[in-house]
Structure formats: C-alpha cells, structure tokens
Write a protein that binds this ligand. Sequence first.
Ligand SMILES: [Zn+2]
Length: 313
Amino acid sequence: MRTAKHFGAMALLSAALLLGGSYTMAAAADAQKKEELSESYRGSQRNNVEYQKIAPFKVFDNLYYVGPGYVSVWLLSTPQGAILLDTAEEPYVDHVIDSIQKVGFKMSDIEYIVLSHGHLDHIGGAAKIQQLSGARVVALEEDWVLIDRVGSSPGRNNTPPPAMPKRDMVVKEGDTLSLGGETLTFYKHPGHTPGSLTATFTVFDNGAPHKAILFGGPGPRNGVVGGQQFVESVDRVAQIPDIDVHVQIHSWLASYPYTNGGILEREIKLKARKPGEPHPFVSAADWKQWLVEARAGGVKNLEMEKAKAAAAK
Ligand SMILES: [Zn+2]
C-alpha cells in the first residue's frame, strides 16, 4: 500500500512537472474559488452548530423556512393548521422548535409532518416534534422501512439509536393530503432512497398562487440500482407540469448546485425585493434548468457506478 501511495505521489509530481506547473496552478485556482453562502453550511461550516442556527424567515404568504442552515425544514401554513416538511436532526431540533414559534406558530398548530426521505438529517426531529404537537407523520412505505432501521441502529458517532416515530401514515404515489384549503399531491421518486417522496402544493405570493414542488430525493445513492432509479425519477419529475417554485430540501447540493443560487442566496434577494419585483424563489426556468443538470449528472453517475460494478466482478 505504501509503495502504491508513494508511486502515486511520484506520478502526480512528474505529471505536474510535465504539465509545466499547470497542475499547481489549477490547484491554487480551486483553493481560491469562493465558497457560496449556502454552500458554507454544507462545506466549511458544516460542524459549526452556532453558525447553523440561522434565523427563520417567511418565503411566501403560507411558507416559512424553520430549519438550520444545512438541511431544510419548511412550515406550510393553512387556516386549519400547519404541515411541517422534514424535521432536521439533533443537535438542531430545539432550534427548529424555537423557529416554528418565532414565526408565529404553536407546536399544537402542526397537524402533519411530511418526511422527504428516511435519512437521519431529515427525520431526526420527527419523534420529538410529533410528541410536542400530536401531528401525524407521513412517509412512503419503502422509507418507513428505513425509518424503522434508523431507529434500531446506532446514531452518529456510535451514539444510542435515535428516537424515531412509530410507523404512522403510509402514503403512495397519487395520494393527496388536504388541510385548510391546501392540497398536497404525493409522488414516489426512488433513487436517493427506495421511497423518496415528492410533494406538490400551492404557495402564495401576496395572494398570487404558484405551484411548488418538494423533490425528496435530489441526488443518487445506492450504486447501479439507485443510479438507474434516479435518472428515471428525474425524467418523471420533469413531467409534472406548471412548477415554478422549487422548495429545496437542502440549502445547497454539492452534486447539482441549484441554478441561480441556493436557499440563502434567494433569501438575500427576497429581503431586498421591492414592491412589484419578481419573487426570487419563483422561477420555472431555474427549476427546468436544474433538472437538466441533475439528469446529466445522474447519467454520468450511472456510468461510473456501472464501471465500478464491472470492475468489482
Ligand atoms: Zn438523504
């Protein structure tokens, strides 16, 4: 192993020499590339707990951001109660609870908790928030299996298994959920997990309706099978008509960064918005362009996974 590593370093060094120093120049340019604000929450500041505790903010008449910086928690309000989309994880669950209250809601206002997919960063607060609110927890069958598994395996850094909600509402493709005049439509878009959930719903900007989408599995996992499913899911997501708001489950995605900025870049624009100006979270073009990039990345990922699987045979 040592020899191989040593050889690798030598090869790299000779390559740099051969290229007349362009290797080092490229490396320097890379190091200088400025980290975007949203990116910093998943990059250099990912373990900075205080930095992650950003102030909650209102994005639409009926949609609020109440998560930490790196993973989204959205509160969709209706006249008959609220729907929470994802829950973050410890040590940020109290911050989420605080944020919900800061934007003007009581925990008992939350009627439903909809989980985008069964990974800990999205579901880690569900049990506590359900306990405080009495809300029903919604996920697809395949990801309830994941949630059960997360609840019976060691947590991060070998801590005891995190508390997970008991299997509650199981939804499937085409199901809807209505509350206070709002209707969510659910889709199954596997690839990131077997039961990644997409939801469409309506948000309002000063009363004007926009069709919003929360795509619950925006990046491939799980080798060739997940990679193939992801490309197919992106193609199916792209067929959902009339979307002009992308409700992102992370402020930033490393693999397919959001076209024209992540959540926090848009929030800055939203704060500076003057009456009559377009809403920075409303853009059908950005959504479509991001899907094009995610598909191209998904295809590339699938080729890589196939090559890996072939090499392992
Ligand atoms: Zn995930």
